[in-house]
Design a binder for this molecule. Structure first.
Ligand code: PRP
Ligand code: ZN
Ligand code: MG
Length: 225
């Protein structure tokens, strides 16, 4: 890894968190010059640059030292953390600060006509999800044996297609569940956008920049509340 003296933050390129994340940084007084491909934004007011990426890549970019910070859903961090823990590997990133936007929950949902009393109602079922590690962890803690079917998207149509009996997916307004005649029966994780970072503070100027940015973010959040 080349040494860097500028702090680098990863944010979602397109999706639910992308605009709000960039708004938050703008309110912190950060101004950026966009590159032509719009993937890298050079910070003009402070030595803080932006990298626009897929949200699932953010924990890995922090782990590899490509970025110092990231704005990402707790759900993404928690899934990758659970996957690492299940292999007894170290978790090279952490949640620094909850940001108060992008609130949603990771929940188990089942077809409306299916009975549910408690987690054991899921015994022997197939559960489709993009969050296999968190789903498996929750099932194990509940003492339930079920098959986790990993899908990369459109999880909500799996029960209709017959590829799964239930799903474990993010719920925000509930519109997706309703449109697919599914009902939420158990919450696995409460999520929102968070500021993620490597375990330690960068040992150089970036450390001071990180602390400065953290204070400004806290200030912006306080004003909003
Ligand atoms: C999430 C989730 C659901 C939907 C839930 O998908 O996977 O499909 O949002 O939100 P709702 O309760 O307000 O309907 P998202 O649109 O973030 O995109 P993705 O599934 O492609 O990642
Ligand atoms: Zn994603
Ligand atoms: Mg979806």
């Amino acid at each position: 890894m080349k040494p860097r003296d500028r702090l680098r933050i990863a944010v979602q390129k397109s999706g639910r968190l992308s605009e709000v994340s960039q708004d938050l940084l703008a309110r912190c007084g950060l101004k950026f010059r966009h590159s032509r491909d719009k993937l890298f934004c050079f910070g003009e007011s402070l030595a803080i640059d932006l990298l626009l990426v897929r949200d699932d890549d953010i924990p890995g970019l922090i782990a590899d030292g490509v970025c110092d910070l990231g704005i990402v859903g707790r759900n993404v961090l928690a899934e990758q953390q659970a996957a690492l823990q299940s292999r007894e590997a170290v978790v090279p990133f952490r949640e620094l600060l909850p940001l108060g936007f992008g609130r949603c929950r990771l929940s188990i949902a089942i077809p409306q006509e299916l009975d549910y009393a408690e987690p054991s109602s899921l015994q022997g079922l197939r559960i489709a999800t993009t969050y296999p590690a968190l789903t498996a962890q929750w099932l194990q803690q509940a003492g339930v044996t079920a098959k986790v079917v990993v899908l990369s998207g459109s999880v909500e149509i799996a029960p209709k297609l017959g590829t799964a009996d239930a799903i474990c997916d993010l719920v925000s307004s509930g519109a997706t569940l309703q449109a697919n005649q599914l009902r939420e029966v158990a919450g696995i994780l409460d999520s929102e956008a968070v500021l993620a970072a490597a375990p330690g503070l960068p040992p150089d100027e970036r450390g001071e920049l990180q602390e400065l940015l953290l204070r400004r973010i806290e200030g912006v959040i306080q004003v909003r509340e």
